[in-house]
Design a protein. Structure first.
Length: 318
């Protein structure tokens, strides 16, 4: 398939590529094949080949955010996690190195915020920073030092469509046990069909069949490349898809303002303030961003101005 430049396109085109020839392969092709070819400028790398390709051709391989955020959600109606101090403590105790035994460096881009780079109105937000001292202080402040006095076992559900999710859950339980002194038996980890996780995240469950778990692992991929799709569509107290049970607050006032603000820079500032209130080091943490899953891209050095997030912008290529 060949894509040619549209001479009638009304906007200025900054790239100098006149046409792009796209080839589809029936089977996974080793990255070494792409790297050795002078005819291939850009290629997606199969996930099974990514680690080897990154080591053998580091000058050509980019490990990039593929737009899927993996996070923890909390059911605010459940005991213990209904307290922001507990949610904050669980979040601030997590560090990337905690996952070194279950995730390769090419498997994930760890995130301390909700929004990915390269979208419209991206907030300038530094994100939360792991802080074990603060985490210990937070959990002690609500009467749970060393996880003592926790009134019930906390149920933790993950999807069952990939063994990785169970490994992530086990790693988190081990991490919290080591850092807070919790008995791992305090957490009851189970893998269930993804459809069940979606029902739980959307609070669309039959209460007669059981209450929601305290913690659930869920993924989010936005429908369009705008911060509204990550903040408003996902977490707004009235219409956000993830129904944690958080009460409407100043966060939602900021999201409402951003929704009608025409200036992108002003919108970004509003979103930055909202994200800080949600997942800053003193935020309420209705969810905890863990990491973005990744994709591998091979790009020849003579091809420049390639956007590494979102749909390919061939009009930018040089």
């Amino acid at each position: 398939m060949t894509l040619a430049r549209n001479s009638f396109w009304p906007d200025e085109i900054s790239g100098n590529v006149e046409a792009v020839e796209i080839t589809f392969f029936d089977e996974a092709t080793p990255a070494s094949t792409f790297a050795a070819s002078d005819q291939i400028a850009f290629a997606r790398i199969d996930s099974d080949d990514l680690a080897e390709a990154s080591a053998s051709h580091p000058e050509q391989v980019n490990v990039v955010n593929n737009g899927t955020l993996v996070m923890l959600g909390f059911s605010h109606e459940r005991a213990v996690v209904n307290q922001p101090e507990v949610r904050r403590a669980l979040a601030l105790s997590i560090e990337p190195q905690d996952f070194s035994s279950v995730l390769m460096p090419t498997d994930a881009l760890f995130s301390n915020g909700i929004t990915p780079p390269g979208i419209v109105a991206t907030p300038e937000y530094a994100g939360f920073q792991a802080n074990l001292a603060q985490a210990l202080s937070e959990i002690e402040a609500v009467g749970y030092p060393n996880c003592a006095n926790v009134p019930e076992v906390m149920r933790f559900l993950v999807p069952n469509d990939d063994p990785l999710w169970l490994s992530v859950g086990q790693t988190l339980i081990q991490t919290w046990g080591e850092k807070f002194g919790c008995n791992p038996a305090l957490f009851e980890l189970s893998a269930v069909p993804r459809g069940r996780i979606i029902e739980i995240a959307h609070a669309n469950i039959d209460q007669e069949n059981g209450s929601r778990p305290h913690i659930w692992l869920v993924t989010w991929q936005a429908d369009y490349p705008d911060t509204a799709a990550w903040m408003d569509d996902m977490l707004h107290c009235d219409h956000g898809y993830l129904r944690t049970g958080r009460a409407c607050s100043a966060v939602d006032d900021l999201l409402n303002q951003a929704a009608i603000e025409p200036d992108s820079a002003a919108r970004a500032a509003l979103y930055a303030e909202a994200e800080t209130l949600l997942t800053g080091n003193t935020g309420e943490f209705p969810i905890v961003p863990l990491f973005f899953s990744t994709s591998g891209l091979l790009q020849k050095p003579w091809l420049t101005d390639v956007n590494l997030f979102g749909a390919a912008r061939f009009d930018l290529w040089n």
